[in-house]
Ligand binder design. Sequence first.
Ligand code: IMP
Length: 179
Amino acid sequence: MDSITVRDKEFVPYLTEAQIQQRIAELAAELEVDYAGKNPLFIGVLNGSFMFVADLMKNLSIDCEIAFIRLSSYTGMESTGSVKQVLGLQDNVFGRHIVLLEDIVDSGLTMEQTLVFFEERGPKSIEISTLLFKPESLEKDLSLKYVGFEIPEKFVVGYGLDYDGHGRNLKDIYQLKEA
Ligand code: IMP
C-alpha cells in the first residue's frame, strides 16, 4: 500500500482491507453467540458506518433487523456546544435488543447522545459496536462492548471515514502522516 493524498493532506497506510475483514468476522462471531434467538435490531449511524455495517451483516447468519440513523448537529442560540438530533428512526425500539454500529468513537460525545436517545425509548438491551476506538480521546463514560480496533489519537480516513467529505470510498484505512 502506498501513501495517498486526500484533499490537502497526506495519509499513510494503517489497516489493510484484509485486517479489517478479519476483525469484522471475529466481531460477527461474537455477536452471533450473544444475540442468537434475540432478533436484534442493528442501528448503523450514517454516514461513516455504511461499509462496516454492510460487511458485518454479510458475516451474520442469525435472524436480525437493520436500520440506519443520521445525526444532525445544530448549535443552540445561547450555547457554543452542539446538540445532536437523531434523524430517520422508523423502527420501534421498545422491548428490542439494540446494537448501535458506529465507525469510530473519538471523544464519545456522539455515542453518549445517541445512547440517551435510545435508552429513553425503552429497549430491552442496548450495546455499542464500533469499528475503531481512540481510548486516549475518550471524554465520556461509555461502555463499548464490541470494539474492532483500539487506535492512537491520530486522524484516520477510509473505509467509510472521511476527511472533509472525501476518502470514504477507500477499501483500507489510512492515518494522517506526521508533519
Ligand atoms: P466523537 O463524538 O468525538 O466520538 O466523534 C465521533 C465522530 O467524529 C465520528 O462519528 C466521526 O464522524 C468523527 N471522527 C472522529 N475521529 C475521526 C477520524 O479520525 N477520522 C474521521 N472521522 C472522525
